[in-house]
Design a protein around this ligand. Structure first.
Ligand code: 13P
Ligand code: ZN
Length: 274
């Protein structure tokens, strides 16, 4: 029994591999982080070392002080996570100010957590606050269909949300709050981290123009499922457009309201019209 046999590590590795198999992670594209439960930290602690330097993140979140995160490594390929988790992922501890991390396990051949760690960290902070600590996963993927649509649709929350809700009946059930859209920005910096975390105050999802998507959730399955639902809906919309035929019928706002009623959903009314 080693750390790679601990369930949460196995689930993290499986999620990385599922994303690789969906073709969302060319080269080192995309990243995944998970805020560990106390009992998971306890289970893994005997494999930790506390001799690495603290590294400042350029962002700060007091409610994340003392937390432990599992993270993919920067420049590491999702393809390789399942082959050698210890070389491609790591666990980091956050200091008591909530502004620095240190690696306590993993990346055995060297490396640092994902370059998007500031974005993940700020998203964890706001999603944990918004959900009373329930949300633990932030997942960034280079989902081709959503990326493609950021070239041809206005970069507005309402436009993307309505396009997705209308493209597959289950969408509004999976994300009744809608999605947010971030204009193109330089990745890996605190500016994009702050812009994304502003949207994450309202949504479980942020789309990065010409880059990909960030999804959040309480566990790996629901976060991955959210990404998958959105990407499939975007692919359907592109197929509809590529027929070149006019749209004769769609899921109407009244249909969406009816789904809301049927499923007892709290649908974001901002995105519906009369
Ligand atoms: P990392 O390899 O640093 O995780 O970066 C990949 C990526 O998708 C940047 O947005
Ligand atoms: Zn990326």
């Amino acid at each position: 029994m080693g750390i790679l046999d601990v369930q949460v590590i196995k689930d993290f590795v499986k999620t990385c591999n599922d994303g690789w198999e969906r073709n969302w992670h060319e080269r080192n594209g995309g990243n995944l982080t998970y805020r560990m439960k106390k009992e998971e930290v306890e289970e893994c602690k005997k494999y930790f070392t506390f001799d690495k330097e603290w590294v400042e993140m350029g962002v700060c979140a007091e409610n994340m002080a003392g937390e432990f995160f599992i993270s993919t490594g920067s420049g590491k390929y999702f393809r390789n996570v399942i082959l050698a988790p210890q070389d491609n992922i790591c666990i980091v501890e956050i200091n008591d100010k909530g502004d620095s991390y240190r690696i306590v396990w993993g990346l055995e051949k060297g490396g640092v957590p994902t370059s998007e760690f500031p974005s993940h960290f700020m998203n964890h902070s706001v999603r944990a606050k918004a959900t009373n600590g329930e949300y633990r996963v932030i997942y960034h993927a280079h989902t081709p269909s959503i990326i493609a649509l950021t070239y041809v649709l206005p970069l507005e929350d309402k436009v993307f949300t309505r396009m997705l809700w209308q493209s597959a009946t289950e969408c509004v059930v999976v994300f009744p709050g809608g999605v947010g859209v971030v204009d193109w920005m330089v990745p890996g910096k605190s500016e994009i981290a702050m812009a994304t975390s502003e949207l994450m105050k309202k949504y479980d999802v942020a789309i990065w123009a010409h880059h990909g998507m960030f999804c959040s959730g309480p566990d790996f399955d629901s976060t991955f499922g959210l990404m998958h639902t959105i990407e499939n809906a975007a692919a359907i919309y592109i197929r509809v457009l590529s027929t070149g035929k006019p749209i004769l019928q769609t899921i109407t706002d009244d249909d969406i309201r009816a789904i809301g009623k049927g499923f007892g959903l709290n649908i974001n009314e901002e995105f519906l019209e009369n």
